[in-house]
Write a protein that binds this ligand. Structure first.
Ligand SMILES: Cc1ncc(COP(=O)(O)O)c(C=O)c1O
Length: 913
C-alpha cells in the first residue's frame, strides 16, 4: 500500500553553529562598505550562503575522526597512502574495494600491513603503486582543482613545444573540446595556449515539463557528439584533448549520461585523442545515471563510477566538491595509456613542477589532516542514501520555487538551482545591461541575509562583448547548495524570501558598475551600486500599450510577426491620441474611457483553453474624442471604422454595422454618455486579426435598450435568436452591450448581446443558479454545474453572502450568434472579480484554485501565470483592479475557455474597499 511517510533522513546534525541576527539596515550598511560586491560580503553576517558548493561542505563525523587521525609528517604521511588507495577503490575497483583506510583509522598498521597493502607495486591504472609511482608517477596531489588544471595544461603545453603530443603543427597547443569548461579550467587551458571549443548539447534552456522532474532527465550537460565529430573531422590532428565535465558546472550543473561519456570516448579513441574528465562532481553525476539512464537502475554507485572512469585517460578533480572536503585536488592519468604514450615522461615533469609549486608528492600542498578528511569523504560521498538526499534536496528546492511561480532552469542539476532571470523580470521592462539580476542578489542579501551569485550579463560581461556574442549569454542567478549544511528549514526560508522578491520584482533595483568594469572575472572584485527603478511611465499611450501587448504576445505563445500585427493594429486605432504622453495622473478634464478600470483607454484580454493552454490575445480600445461631446465621440468612432476598413479591406466589412448604425449612434446625445463605440482586435494563429465593434444599447435611451437590441437582431436576420434571449430576460436583467464582428466572412461573423444580471450582487447563490440555468436552457454546450462552479470559485469566501444592497458590479452573460452556430447561441459568463476581492493577489489565488479544481492542464495554468506577469506592473497584493473580469466560455465536447480581462493600470491600481 502506498504510504505518505517520506524517505527516512540520511543524516543528523551533531555539531551546530548559531547564525547571526543582523537587521536589513545593518546589512545594507555593510553592503555599502563592501561596494555592493556580493563576493566581498562577510559570510559571518549571512543566514544562508549559496555562493558556492565548493569547499563549503559540512564534513561527516567519520571525516572528522579521520581528520584527528591526520599525520603531519613531511615525507609519506599515512594520509598520502589513504588517498592513493581511496582513488583506486572509488575510481577503479567498483564494489571490490580494499578499504585499507579502515585499518589506518583504527591505528592497526604494522609492518606487514605496509608491506602487503600500502607499498605494493602496481601499474596500469590511474594510481601507480609502490616503486611504479616513484618511477612512473601518474597521481598528483594538489591544493585544489585549479592547481591540477594549471599543472596539466602548462605541462602539456611545454611538452608540445618540445614536439610531444603528436600534432602535425608541432610546437603549438591545439584545441581542447569540452561539454563545458569551468571558468578556471577554461582560463588555465587558454593561458597555456589551447584553443577552447565548447560543444554543449543544445537545449539547455529548453522548457522541461515540471511533472517530469524527478521522473525523467534528459542529461542536458552532455557533450554535443555530433558537433564534436564534425569538428574533429574538419580539423584532423588539431585537437589535443576532449575534456568532459561531470556534472557540467558550466551548463547549470546538468548531468552527463554514461552513453555520452562512452560516445565521447569512442570518438576520442577513433581520432587517437585522450579523453579526460573534470571529475569534481563525479558522484552526483553517477547518481543521475543510476536514477535516470536506462540500464543503470540496478547498478550500484560504485559500479557506475567504475564504468564512467573506465572510459577516461585521466582526470582532474577538486576534492572540495565530491571529496566532501574543504580543501584538496588531484590530477591523475592512466599509466601506459594513450596520454602517457603521447606525452612520454610527462609524469616526472608533472612531479617536478608539483614539488616546485605546491609541495612534495606526499602532500602537494594539502595538510595531512585534509588528506585524511578527503580520503574518508570520497567513500562517504558515494553512499547511496547520502546521494539520494543530496540530489533530492536540490530538486525539491527547485520544485518549491516553481510551485511559487519562480522559474528555474529545469530539470534542476546536481549541486545548484538556477533562477531564470529573464522569466523572473518578464514584463518588468529590464534590459540586460541594467544588471537587474545583480540588483536581485543585493536585495536578497539586504532583506534576508541570503547570498547567491549572478551568472548572467554582469558576470559574463555582456556590456563588453561584441553584439553577435551577446545573445549566447544566459541570464541566471545561481544558488549552489553546500553539502550537508542546510536543512529544509533553510531551503523553505530561502524559497519564501525569493518568492517575496519575485512578488515585488517591479521594485527590485537595477545595478551599475562603479569600479572595475574592464577587470577580468570582474564579479570577484568590481564595485557596484544598486539603482532604484523609475516606476513612472515615460512613454506615449501607444508606446506603453505596445510594450505591454508585446509581452502579452510572448506570454500567449505568439511569434514576433503576430506581435507586430497586433501593435500595428493598435497604432491604427489609437491614431493621434495614442502618440500623446501618458500623464502622471488621469486627466479628468478629458473624456474618461470606460474600457478599462483606471481610465486607460485600452484593455487587454487573453482567452485560455483549459485543456491545451492555447491562448488568444486581444485588445479593446476606445477612440479618444477631441472634445467631450456625443458628436465628438461618434466622429472618433466612425473614423476608426473607416481606418480599419481601409487597412484591412479583404477581411473587414462594415455592411452589417451600417445596417444598424442609426440604432446605436442617434443624432442626439444619450442622457448618460457611456460610449459611442469601442473596437477590439483579436489575433489567433489560425485566423489572424479579427475586428469587432461594441455599441451601447442605451444610446437611444435606457428604457429602450431591449427594443434597440431586438431591432438590431431583426435587421441582422436573427429574429429567432433574439426570441431566445428575450425569453430569458427577467425583471433584473438589463441589455448592456451589443457587439458585432466587422468581418467580411458572414458565416463566421458574430453578433453578441451582453446581459447584466442585477437584483443581488455577484455572490448570490440564487442569481448564480438562475444565470447558470438560463445558459443551460438556450446554449447547447452550456453545463449549469460548470457555470456555478466557476462563479463560486471567483466569488471565493464571499460566495453565498448575497449582499444585495452594496451596489457592486453584476454578473454578465454574453450570447453570441453566427451563421456557423445556427439559431442557438454560444454563451459566456463574466464575473466582475475586481469588485469582489481585496486585491489582485487574492484574485490570482482564486483563479489558480479554480484551474486546479477543474483539472486544467499545467500548460493552461502556466499560461495564466505568464499572462498576468506580462501585464503586471506592481505586486498583486498592492491593490485591485488589474484583474478586472474573468469569464468562462463552454464549447462543444465539454471544452472550456477562460478569458482574463486585464487593466493596463497606466494610472495605478484601485484602492482597498
Ligand atoms: C567543474 C569544476 N572544475 C574545476 C573547478 C576548480 O576547482 P577548485 O575550486 O578546487 O580550484 C571547479 C570549482 O568550482 C569546478 O566546478
Amino acid at each position: 500500500m502506498a504510504t505518505s511517510v517520506p524517505r527516512p533522513p540520511a543524516h543528523a546534525a551533531l555539531v551546530v553553529r548559531s547564525l547571526p541576527s543582523a537587521s536589513a539596515e545593518e546589512r545594507e550598511k555593510i553592503l555599502e562598505d563592501v561596494e555592493y560586491n556580493v563576493f566581498a560580503f562577510p559570510a559571518g553576517l549571512l543566514t544562508c550562503d549559496f555562493l558556492s558548493d565548493s569547499g563549503t561542505s559540512a564534513m561527516t563525523d567519520v571525516q572528522w575522526a579521520a581528520l584527528v587521525r591526520g599525520d603531519e609528517s613531511y615525507g609519506r604521511n599515512w594520509g598520502y597512502y589513504c588517498l592513493l588507495d581511496a582513488f583506486r577503490d572509488i575510481f577503479e575497483r567498483g564494489t571490490n574495494r580494499h578499504n585499507v583506510m579502515d585499518k589506518v583509522l583504527a591505528g592497526k598498521t604494522d609492518v606487514a600491513f605496509y608491506q602487503t597493502k600500502l607499498l605494493v607495486s602496481s601499474k596500469g591504472g590511474f594510481v601507480n603503486g609502490g616503486r611504479h609511482q616513484l618511477e612512473h608517477p601518474n597521481f598528483f596531489i594538489l591544493p585544489q582543482g585549479r592547481c591540477a588544471e594549471t599543472l596539466l595544461f602548462s605541462t602539456m603545453s611545454a611538452m608540445i613545444a618540445e614536439g610531444y603530443g603528436s600534432h602535425p603543427e608541432h610546437g603549438k597547443p591545439a584545441a581542447i573540446i569540452s561539454n563545458g569548461f569551468f571558468d578556471t579550467t577554461g582560463a588555465n587551458a587558454a593561458v597555456a595556449g589551447f584553443n577552447l571549443q565548447t560543444f554543449t548539447q543544445p537545449g539547455l534552456t529548453d522548457p522541461f515539463p515540471s511533472a517530469l522532474i524527478g521522473v525523467k532527465n534528459n542529461f542536458k550537460g552532455n557533450l554535443d557528439l555530433a558537433a564534436t565529430r564534425a569538428y574533429l573531422e574538419a580539423n584532423p590532428g588539431k585537437v589535443s584533448m576532449i575534456l568532459v565535465t561531470i556534472t557540467n558546472n558550466w551548463a547549470a550543473a546538468q548531468p552527463v549520461s554514461m552513453a555520452n561519456i562512452r560516445g565521447a570516448a569512442s570518438l576520442a579513441k577513433f581520432h587517437s585523442i585522450p579523453l579526460f574528465l573534470d571529475a569534481c562532481r563525479f558522484a552526483e553525476n553517477a547518481y543521475f545515471i543510476q536514477r535516470y539512464e536506462d540500464g543503470y537502475a540496478d547498478k550500484s554507485i560504485a559500479d557506475i563510477v567504475q564504468e564512467m572512469f573506465s572510459y577516461a585517460e585521466g582526470f582532474t578533480i577538486s576534492l572540495k566538491k565530491d571529496g566532501l572536503a574543504n580543501m584538496g585536488g588531484v590530477l591523475c592519468f592512466r599509466d601506459q595509456g594513450l596520454f602517457a604514450q603521447r606525452y612520454e615522461g610527462i609524469g616526472m615533469l608533472l612531479k617536478e613542477r608539483q614539488i616546485l609549486c605546491y609541495g612534495n608528492d606526499s602532500y602537494g600542498g594539502m595538510s595531512g589532516r585534509d588528506l585524511m578528511a578527503a580520503s574518508a569523504g570520497l567513500y562517504q560521498v558515494t553512499d547511496q542514501a547520502y546521494l539520494c538526499h543530496r540530489i533530492t534536496q536540490v530538486q525539491s528546492f527547485a520544485q518549491k520555487l516553481q510551485a511559487n511561480g519562480v522559474a528555474v532552469l529545469s530539470p534542476p542539476g546536481g549541486h545548484a538551482v538556477y533562477l531564470d532571470m529573464d522569466q523572473f523580470f518578464f514584463g518588468c521592462n529590464r534590459k540586460l545591461e541594467d544588471f537587474a539580476a545583480v540588483g536581485f542578489t543585493l536585495e536578497l542579501i539586504k532583506k534576508y541575509g541570503i547570498r547567491a551569485a549572478e551568472a548572467g550579463p554582469f558576470g559574463w560581461a555582456y556590456d563588453l562583448k561584441p553584439i553577435e556574442e551577446r545573445s549566447k549569454i544566459p541570464n541566471l542567478v545561481r544558488f549552489a547548495v553546500p553539502r550537508h549544511v542546510y536543512s529544509d528549514e533553510h531551503i523553505d526560508y530561502t524559497v519564501a524570501a525569493i518568492r517575496d522578491l519575485y512578488e515585488r520584482r517591479h521594485t527590485v533595483p537595477n545595478a551599475v558598475i562603479t569600479r572595475g568594469k574592464h577587470m577580468k572575472l570582474r564579479h570577484f572584485s568590481a564595485g557596484l551600486k544598486p539603482v532604484a527603478v523609475d516606476q513612472a511611465i515615460n512613454d506615449s499611450f501607444l508606446g506603453e500599450a505596445s510594450r505591454q501587448l508585446r509581452h502579452l504576445s510572448t506570454a500567449t505563445g505568439q511569434d514576433a510577426a503576430a506581435a507586430e500585427e497586433l501593435t500595428q493594429a493598435l497604432a491604427l486605432v489609437t491614431g493621434e491620441w495614442g502618440k500623446m504622453a501618458v500623464p502622471k495622473q488621469l486627466d479628468t478634464t478629458r473624456w474618461t474611457s470606460g474600457v478599462s478600470n483606471d481610465g486607460s483607454a485600452v484593455e487587454y484580454s487573453v482567452s485560455i483553453d483549459q485543456g491545451t493552454g492555447k491562448a488568444e490575445l486581444r485588445f479593446l480600445t476606445e477612440a479618444q474624442p477631441l472634445g467631450n461631446s456625443w458628436a465628438h465621440l461618434v466622429e472618433a468612432a466612425l473614423r476608426v471604422n473607416q481606418d480599419i476598413r481601409k487597412s484591412y479591406p479583404s477581411i473587414v466589412s462594415l455592411e452589417r454595422f451600417d445596417a444598424i448604425r442609426d440604432l446605436f449612434l442617434p443624432p442626439s446625445s444619450p442622457t448618460e454618455m457611456k460610449l459611442a463605440a469601442w473596437h477590439s482586435c483579436a489575433w489567433s494563429t489560425s485566423k489572424g486579426p479579427q475586428w469587432k465593434i461594441y455599441l451601447d444599447p442605451c444610446a437611444a435611451g435606457k428604457e429602450n435598450a431591449t427594443q434597440t437590441a431586438r431591432e438590431a437582431f431583426s435587421r441582422l436576420g436573427l429574429d429567432t435568436g433574439w426570441r431566445l434571449i428575450e425569453g430569458l430576460l427577467g425583471p433584473n436583467d438589463r441589455v448592456i452591450y451589443f457587439s458585432l464582428d466587422l468581418a467580411s466572412n458572414t458565416e463566421e461573423a458574430r453578433v453578441k448581446v451582453y446581459i447584466a444580471h442585477g437584483g443581488a450582487d455577484a455572490t448570490s447563490r440564487a442569481v448564480v443558479a438562475e444565470v447558470a440555468q438560463k445558459h443551460a436552457s438556450i446554449c447547447p454546450d452550456a453545463d449549469a454545474f460548470e457555470i456555478q462552479r466557476f462563479f463560486a470559485a471567483m466569488a471565493g469566501d464571499e460566495f453565498g453572502r448575497d449582499n444585495s444592497s452594496n451596489g457592486r458590479k453584476s454578473l454578465i452573460s454574453c450570447f453570441a450568434f453566427s451563421g456557423k452556430t445556427g439559431e442557438r447561441p454560444v454563451g459566456t459568463v463574466h464575473f466582475p472579480v475586481d469588485a469582489y476581492a481585496a486585491d489582485d493577489a487574492e484574485v490570482k489565488r482564486r483563479v489558480d484554485g479554480y484551474l486546479i479544481d477543474v483539472g486544467a492542464s499545467v500548460a493552461a495554468r502556466e499560461r495564466y501565470a505568464m499572462v498576468l506577469a506580462a501585464a503586471q506592473r506592481r505586486p498583486l497584493s498592492d491593490g485591485r483592479g488589474m484583474h478586472a473580469w474573468v469569464s468562462l466560455k463552454q464549447r462543444a465536447g465539454g471544452k472550456m475557455d477562460n478569458t482574463l480581462y486585464l487593466c493596463p493600470e497606466m494610472f495605478g491600481p484601485r484602492g482597498a474597499f
